[in-house]
Design a protein around this ligand. Structure first.
Ligand code: DX5
Ligand code: ZN
Length: 216
């Protein structure tokens, strides 16, 4: 399976975010990963849908929106209207999980669930057949540039085994501390979509960095 590389714009220069999205698209990004933080679910604040809607015109690629917010259900329609293609929310959030999945699908968007490092694999099992992707966090969500948690690999393997056992078409994404070395580790465990912030935007040659992640 071809690896999907999703650069996280959290590490871009936000004074020219549109140009940064266009640049990373031209550098070969498969998806554009957009981190939304509310200062409540995680100890950091980024932006909401009223800001995100201005990003849309800079790339035709898949907008992979990662909601690190306490009440995703309340905001699904806004992010769908702002140009999300896929919406990922956290299984640890305060919204009703089933209703949030329904709402995302009702908006015609792809739905994924994410797990923080402390959450066991089994937490997403009841929802697997309604998802296109599971995002296994390999750092505590909230900030870019943190150290990769290699001890998340058994969780990826467990989710992958359950997906295969049930014959489902669900991919596994990883987010946090991904670089050309850790990419090898996560792919071996079963991940096929890789989010990378600092490893791409911090590289002298982002196109080469994306290619390196893809071929790791
Ligand atoms: C962290 C975000 C990530 C972050 C990854 O909470 O979800 O997407 O941007 O950054 P790096 O790749 O630098 O760890
Ligand atoms: Zn993210």
């Amino acid at each position: 399976m071809k690896t999907i590389i999703a650069p996280s714009i959290l590490s871009c220069d936000f004074s020219k975010v549109g140009e940064e999205i266009r640049r990373i698209d031209l550098c070969g990004a498969d998806w554009i990963h957009i981190d939304v933080m509310d200062g409540h679910f995680v100890p950091n604040i980024t932006f909401g849908a009223p800001v995100m809607k201005f990003f849309r015109s800079y790339s035709e690629k898949f907008y992979d929106v990662h909601l690190m917010i306490s009440d995703p259900l309340f905001y699904v329609k806004d992010f769908a209207a702002a140009g999300a293609d896929g919406i990922t929310f956290h299984v640890e959030c305060e919204s009703d999980i089933d209703k949030t999945i329904d709402e995302i699908k009702k908006c015609g968007k792809k739905c994924a669930l994410s797990l923080k490092p402390g959450t066991p694999a089994e937490a997403v099992f009841p929802y697997l057949d309604r998802l296109y992707m599971v995002l296994v966090m390999t750092v505590e969500p909230g900030f870019g540039g943190q150290k990769f948690m290699a001890d998340m690999m058994p969780k990826i393997e467990k989710i992958k085994a359950e997906i295969d056992r049930r014959g489902l078409d669900v991919i596994i994404q990883v987010d946090g501390g991904i670089n050309k070395d850790t990419a090898v580790t996560v792919k071996k465990a079963g991940a096929s979509s890789l989010v990378a912030g600092s490893a791409v935007f911090g590289a002298d040659d982002p196109a080469a960095a994306i290619e390196e992640l893809r071929n790791a």
